[in-house]
Design a protein around this ligand. Structure first.
Ligand code: MG
Ligand code: ZN
Length: 367
């Protein structure tokens, strides 16, 4: 019977043109309590220094302090020592290191099964929430397969035909320019710029999409407000205590790093932390929710260095009481990235390992 099922699955995957992976995936078995719900948060471009910005103020309360299970990942991609967001997210969502720019495809540009496809096959509801366009590399890697991340019209079509049940982010232009006949009819789509999150009531038989900006959402400095937190809580509300996998991305920590703009990075980190706090509050009450927080890579080579000054003798000195931000690059870096986990199965995220191991760890926790 199991064999039959495997054969049927293989057949279905072959028909869909999805090759099963040749790279060996270490899906270790897990015998402890498994979570019913998984919330996977990605702070795009969020390295240890970006997190450290939340510790700088006098009142350094932040939600990262609530974690006890912590690990580190090496983020290099299949093609480069420094990953981009597409290869970084594909490592999480499909379990393979691939070339930079690849979305849900392996080194040979073949589609590889993603975690949303597997989880929804096991009757989990699935969702993606992002502050970039929902077709951008990070969220796209959880539902689409594309040779290049810039194929966003193709990715938009794939989202509507994917197993995703709930999405929220920007990117309406990628959908509306496609015309009506793209599967939009089977969705409840909200295209307002600021959805009224508190007045929503969801029909469990429908799928919901929020396209709240033409492309990326506004940044925090220009008034995005609490979109990320509200959309994440709306997704949780929609899932209504059924098993689910939800990916939440703070997309613009990365954009602040590319802009080498400290205020941009810091405001996006604060927003991510607020969202994390609300999700951890929910998970603590629920008791059946695993929360995993990590990043695809660090952006900007951000350092929190001391200010220098010239003393009375004309020597350059460091004032260790004055911290200033410095960026080393306008691109990504190869720094190890922390992984934080809370809830049933959290311990399996401890250790130092490769980014694609995240997929194996999540799969081992599937019911
Ligand atoms: Mg991203
Ligand atoms: Zn980037």
């Amino acid at each position: 019977m199991t064999h039959m099922r495997t054969l049927t699955l293989l057949l279905v995957l072959t028909i869909l043109g999805i090759s099963s992976c040749s790279v060996n995936k270490n899906i270790t078995s897990y015998s402890g309590k498994k979570p019913k719900k998984i919330i996977f948060l990605i702070g795009d471009g969020m390295g240890l220094t970006q997190i450290s910005t939340l510790f700088l103020g006098k009142d350094n309360t932040n939600n990262f302090k609530r974690f006890k299970s912590i690990g580190f990942i090496n983020t290099r991609s299949g093609s480069h020592k420094i990953t981009d967001s597409a290869a970084g997210a594909t490592a999480f969502s499909c379990g393979e290191k691939t070339y930079n720019n690849a979305v849900g495809m392996n080194m040979d540009s073949a589609s590889i099964t993603n975690i949303v496809e597997v989880f929804s096959g096991r009757k989990y509801l699935t969702g993606v929430v992002s502050t970039s366009s929902i077709t951008h590399a990070t969220p796209a890697s959880f539902y689409a397969h594309a040779k290049h991340r810039k194929l966003q019209y193709d990715i938009a079509q794939q989202l509507l035909k994917s197993d995703i049940d709930f999405f929220a982010g920007g990117g309406s232009e990628y959908f509306h320019k496609l015309g009506a006949d793209i599967g939009l009819y089977s969705w409840e789509i909200d295209s307002s710029n600021s959805p009224s999150w508190t007045n929503l009531s969801f029909d469990p038989n429908k799928r919901y999409g929020f396209l709240s900006a033409p492309d990326g959402l506004p940044n925090m400095l220009t008034g995005r407000g609490d979109y990320l937190k509200s959309a994440s809580l709306a997704a949780i509300d929609y899932f209504d205590n059924k098993p689910y996998f939800l990916m939440v991305e703070g997309s613009q920590i990365d954009w602040g790093g590319h802009a080498t703009d400290y205020e941009y990075v810091y405001s996006e980190m604060q927003d991510f932390d607020q969202t994390l706090g609300a999700i951890l509050d929910y998970a603590e009450k629920d008791g059946n929710t695993l929360v995993v927080v990590t990043a695809d890579h660090e952006t900007g080579g951000l350092s929190l260095r001391s200010q220098s000054y010239i003393d009375n003798n004309g020597n350059s000195r460091s004032d260790y009481d004055k911290v200033e931000a410095g960026f080393n690059t306008g691109g990504h870096t190869a720094a190890l990235i922390p992984v934080f986990a809370y809830g049933p199965g959290a311990q399996s995220f401890q250790g130092v390992y490769e980014n694609n191991e995240i997929y194996n760890k999540l799969m081992a926790l599937m019911r």
